[in-house]
Structure formats: C-alpha cells, structure tokens
Design a binder for this molecule. Structure first.
Ligand code: ADP
Ligand code: MG
Length: 678
C-alpha cells in the first residue's frame, strides 16, 4: 500500500503517528502543517560518524564509542522509583560499563553480541570506565548523523525525527523560490537538498551547506520584504514644504551645528519637499544632538503650515523636549504644547482643542498623543524619539492620524549598518556620526564596593567645583522591598554628603513629582540625583559630570552606554564609575569594553554579539518576522550578500510583479503576513 503524497500545507495530522496530543505539542513549537514541521530545524546533531576507542575517550566531553555488548548485568532496584541497568561493552581492545537509568525498554532492546554506536561521556579510568545514559543507535543504522530538535512536553527526539522523516519521504519537491540566477551567483544549494540535509545530513559538510542556504533564503526574503514595503510606501503626500531656510532657528541656537546635524536636516528637508512621505531613521549616539534636528524639522513643517507630533517614551523626556522646543520655536511664532497622561482632564482637553484647531503647531507628548480623542488638524510630520522603546504598532497608529504624514524616527542605539538595513530596510537612514565640538571623552572606571568611600571623596570634590552627580541603582522589579532599599540608599548618601542637596527619582513616583525633581536637578537646585533607571533615556543636564552606576553587572552594555551618556554633555571632563562586586569573566569583559570605548557603534555591536538581537531590541520590538534559522547577530556576512541579492532581484522588477517571481512574491508576503498576525 502506498501512502498518499502530502502537500506542504497539509495538516501534520496526515502523518502516521500524530494524534491530537502530539498535534498540540507540535503546535506549541509552531508546527501546524507539514511545511512548518520541515522548518522545525535541528538545534544541533549527534554525529556518530567518527567513533573513538574507549581508551582514548576525552575526559570532559561526550564522544562516540563503537562497541559490542559482551554481557548484561542483573538490574538493580535502588529505590522504588529507580532501577539501574548495566551492560559491559567492548570496542575489541578495552571494555567499559554502560549504565542506563530506569529505561527497561532500552535495556531490553540491546542484545548481547550486537554492535552499537554509543554517544556519551566516558568517566573513570582503567577497569572502571563508565558511560552513563548514552544515546545509542545500532551500528548498522543508515542515519549516522541524528538531528537534535527543540522539544516540548509530549515529544521526544525520536518522535520528532520519525515525523520529520516521514514528512520528507511523503512530500514532493518543494518549489524553488530563489531565482536561479541568484542561486548560481551566490552559490546556494537546491531547496530539496537543503531540506533533506538540514534534517538528515549524510555528513556534517552537507548539513553546513544546507544551513547556509536556509539562512541565505531567510535573509533574502526578509530583505525583499523590507524593500517592497519601502517601495509601497511611496504613496503621495500633500504635505510639501516650500521653504527650507532655517537661518532664523540657527540664530537662536547657543552653539553652531555640527556638519552631521546640518547634513541630516538637509536630508529631511529634501524628503519633505519631495511630495512623497519622508520615512527616515535618524541614528545618533547619545549626546550627538538629535533634538536640534527634530526641532528644525518641526520648524520647517510649521513654516509650511502643517503640524508636528513629537513622541517621547517617558514623561520626563517629553517635558524636556517641550522645554527645549518651546524656547527655540515660540519666539519665532510657533506654538508648542505638551500633552502627557498625568495631566488633569481639564488641561488635556484644553491642549486637545489647541491641537484640533491647528493653533498648536508642535504637539509634544507621551503615548497620550496616540489616544483616539486626539485629532490633529493638519498632522504632516510625526517624530518619535528613542524609538527602540516603542512598539511598532504604536508607531503605525500615530502615523495613521495624518494623511500620509512624514515620519522621522530618532534612535540612540547605534545599530551596525548592515543590521540597520535589515531592520529598518523600509526606511532611509541619516546618521549623526559626529559629536558636538569640545566634548571631552568620558573617563570610565570599574570599581568594587571596597573603593566606595574613596569614590565618594572624589565625587565630593567634583560637587565642590560646581558639578552635579547621578547615582543609578537598579531595581530588578518594582517591588516595595526594592523601593525601600533605593530610598535607604538615598538616605545614606544624604548622610554621607551632609553639605549637598540630594534628590531621589524613581518610577513609582507620580509624574508631576518626577518632573519637579528632574527640573530641580536640571536647574541645579540638587547636587546629587539618586535614581532608578528612569534617567536612562535622553535626559540632558550638561552640568552633570559624574555618573555612578551601582550593581553595574545588572545592566546590558547598551544600557550602560546610555546611562553613561547622561554625562559628558557639556564642556566639563566627565566620569562614569561602574560599581560591581561581580567579578565573573563575562561581567569583567563588559566593563572593560565600556572602559575602552565611547563609540556607541562598537558597543552595540559587542552587545549584540553577547546578548543576541532578541534581548538587544527587547522582545520582538523590531517588529520583524520571526527568524527560524538566521541570526541577526551572527550571520552578518550572509546578511550582506542577501541584501545585495535582494537588490539585484528588485532591480529589474521593483514590485516583484513579473510572473517569474510570482512564487517568490507569495512567499515574501506570507512571511510578513505571519508576522503581522503576531
Ligand atoms: P541626543 O542626541 O542624545 O538626544 P541632545 O539633542 O539631547 O542629544 O543634545 C545633547 C546636548 O548637546 C544638549 O545639551 C544640546 O543642547 C547640546 N548640543 C546639541 N548640538 C550641539 C552642537 N552642535 N554643539 C554644542 N552642543 C550641542
Ligand atoms: Mg535625545
């Protein structure tokens, strides 16, 4: 009897051994169809192809022994729930004991005189050599390299292997979606080979070739998708600026702009003149002066008669932007308003009216600006600051408030260019790669608790010179206990610095209190600000010259870099002191990276390598389709060629509308549709 051939979109229940229990277990792994099952890629392999002799088995790592069962010992029941089975195995030269716990079934399936391949760690020497709980296959078995899959409750390796194997046998050739010329140029193997060899490779080299293809394919599709999005967003907009002169604004700045700032403003102005909505990412390290670029864009928009919404991730930051922009723009006749969640209903409704009537030209706020009740008269420009804190959906929602408004996204997380192209491939990118003149590089030190007193001595001197200091204490959660310990810490600091004014800032404070503490610090009514990480993003107090981070090991590299970026924003030599008693190599390496470089790009690259993009960007915040095999952190080279390939494919067929790309287009759309569902 021949079984029915399966299609990739058939349910996995069509497979022989999948009942409803296993079906739901597979569903947990994301596999509903046969096609999904085949993209459940192995995490690793057990390679039985190169057995070693028992006598030369490595001490600390698993190896493969090829051996014959000489005899089986009587099972020993050591507890009611534990039976130990032992066998003696010989490789022809020496012997070892094989110990199996509890699995009577496995024990009984092994026969004296038969030869097996055993994978495990050999412990003990001489006559006491032992391999415990090995993975065993018959020496005659065809598959010598076994895939190891991610599992979930209700599945075992052998069940998954069996199902995948059956799926492979019963499906026909998958349709090749990568165009042939691309496959040839980039040396990518055929799709069927890839699928077979990723699961059951005949040698590790084939597994590698398969892997390369699948990674390439995934990144190629991703690049295509991002580029398609970009092309599709080229709708028209009626918001067109007719005047790009920012002289009056420049005159009001207390400094002259950097070349990078000027260039970025020119790039934005060009976008806003074009009749197509601007969709631009402004990348700039902490302190590179992104706010001025935002102000200039809002200024140009207002001069041409349309409104700007500027979104900040925190109230403190919104208030700060409000202060900066209103001081710059109001004297030029441009009305700026602030709208945050913590305002009273009455205040909010007043501001909403100003926004609705169009009297307010620049609205600054937190997520309160997103709310349905806010309607703009002529929203032509949407700026989001520190966008890595925003969900992609929120971004989209605000953009919908206007009819094809221009969008500017500001990010302080410098992302390596290749990766930025991958994640923000639908956007144009401007980079502030130049710090304002006269900035002294921040000096960074790692210090243990023993040195706390001498560090405080140093801080005191700085404060006496008129500077200010931040002390950041991490709160793992927002619990009462943690809060108490931060309060106690602030109290101790106040005791230690009796002649100084010490303030406390934490996330649990009501917003207006937060704001007033922040303002006190900004206007130097406080000398020391003890804070949780609420100061992490964007806060700007140029007179502050010392940043102390307690328990620095609790933070990721990028976050520490952001915290450090709160100082060194003025003309003074600034210091960042990272306190930790955690002397693990990982932690030391992080602190060392920070001490050695102030370059945000290098730091984010390191961070990305250490933590991986998931953690780096926060849970799925980049809004990309979930990758099954490629890694945005590690596959940088493939990423580059995939991007190039995508560009080549789209060169002659910008929207993938050529019939020869029909399948490719469908696959890309499906990939992105899946991610939109999530
Ligand atoms: P970020 O890019 O981190 O948002 P900000 O816009 O907050 O940076 O600017 C950091 C500080 O540098 C602010 O105090 C700002 O006034 C100042 N600044 C911005 N541009 C320049 C410049 N060209 N020259 C001198 N100082 C500048
Ligand atoms: Mg900023």
């Amino acid at each position: 009897m021949t079984e029915k051939t399966l299609g990739f979109s058939d349910s996995i229940t069509q497979l022989g051994r999948i009942g409803s229990k296993r079906q739901s277990a597979f569903l947990k792994l994301g596999a509903a169809t046969v096609g999904d099952l085949l993209t459940l890629y192995p995490r690793s392999y057990i390679d039985y192809t190169s057995p070693v002799l028992i006598a030369s088995a490595p001490e600390d790592e698993p190896c493969v022994i090829r051996g014959t069962v000489l005899r089986k010992l009587a099972p020993a029941r050591i507890r009611s729930s534990m039976t130990v089975f032992k066998l003696i195995v010989s490789d022809g030269i020496s012997e070892m004991t094989v110990t199996i716990y509890n699995s009577k079934y496995l024990f009984e399936s092994l026969y004296v005189g038969e030869e097996y391949l055993l994978y495990g760690k050999v412990t003990g020497g001489g006559r006491r050599r032992d391999m415990s709980s090995p993975l065993i296959i018959n020496a005659l078995s065809q598959d010598r390299i076994l895939p190891v899959y991610p599992l979930t409750e209700g599945l075992t390796q052998s069940v998954v292997r069996g199902c995948v194997k059956e799926a492979l046998q019963r499906t026909g050739d998958p349709s090749e979606i990568i165009p042939q010329e691309i496959r040839q140029r980039y040396g990518v193997c055929a799709c069927r080979f890839a699928l077979e060899s990723i699961h059951f490779p005949k040698d590790m080299r084939s597994a590698q070739i398969a892997r390369e293809r699948l990674i390439f394919e995934e990144l190629y599709m991703l690049s295509l998708g991002m580029r398609l999005l970009k092309t599709r967003m080229r709708e028209r907009t009626s918001y067109i600026i007719n005047d790009t002169d920012i002289n009056d604004l420049e005159k009001r700045l207390p400094f002259s702009m950097t070349g990078a700032q000027k260039r970025s403003i020119t790039e934005c102005a060009k976008d806003m003149q074009s009749g197509v909505p601007m969709n631009r990412l402004l990348q700039g390290d902490v302190g590179s002066g992104k706010t001025v670029v935002a102000a200039a864009c809002a200024y140009l928009a207002a001069k041409s008669g349309f409104q700007t919404a500027l979104m900040a991730p925190t109230e403190i930051l919104a208030a700060q932007h409000y202060k900066t922009l209103s001081e710059l723009l109001e004297p030029l006749g441009i009305k700026v308003s602030l709208l945050t969640g913590s305002m009273t209903e009455k205040q909010k409704s007043q501001i909403r009216e100003l926004i609705e009537s169009g009297e307010c030209a620049v609205a600054i706020g937190t997520h309160a600006l997103f709310q349905k009740s806010v309607s703009f008269r002529t929203l032509g420009l949407v700026i989001t600051d520190e966008q890595h804190r925003f969900g992609v959906n929120q971004r989209a929602e605000l953009a919908q408030k206007g009819r094809s408004p221009h969008r500017l996204v500001m990010s302080a997380t410098p992302i390596p260019r290749t990766l930025a192209l991958m994640i923000f491939g639908d956007m144009d990118i401007s980079v502030l790669d130049e710090l304002p003149k006269g900035r002294l590089p921040i000096k960074t030190y790692g210090v243990t608790g023993k040195k706390r007193e001498s560090m405080f001595g140093f801080v005191h001197k700085e404060l006496l010179c008129g500077r200010q200091c931040y002390i950041v204490c991490p709160m793992i959660d927002e619990s009462e206990m943690q809060l108490r310990s931060v309060k106690k810490y602030a109290h101790d600091v106040a005791e230690r610095f009796k002649d100084m004014r010490v303030g406390l800032l934490h996330g649990k404070m009501p917003a207006d209190e937060k704001e007033s503490v922040m303002l006190d610090f900004k206007e130097h009514r406080l000398d020391i600000l003890v804070s949780t990480t609420v100061v992490e993003v964007g806060v700007d107090v140029p007179n502050a010259s010392v940043m102390i981070v307690e328990n620095a090991d609790r933070f990721g590299l990028s976050q520490l870099h952001q915290l450090r970026g709160r100082v060194g924003r003025g003309e003074y030599q600034s210091y960042c002191i990272l306190m930790t008693d955690n002397m693990t190599p990982d932690c030391l390496k992080r602190l060392e990276t920070l001490a050695h470089t102030n370059d945000g790009f290098k730091i984010s690259e390191e961070d990305l390598k250490m933590r991986g993009p998931g953690e780096f960007f926060g849970q799925r915040q980049h809004g990309l389709p979930k990758l099954k095999i490629a890694s945005l952190a590690n596959d940088v080279d493939v990423m580059r060629s995939a991007q190039q390939a995508a560009e080549e494919t789209l060169r002659g067929d910008r929207e993938l509308s050529d019939p020869k790309h029909k399948m490719l287009r469908a696959a890309v759309e499906e990939l992105f549709a899946k991610s939109a569902e999530l």
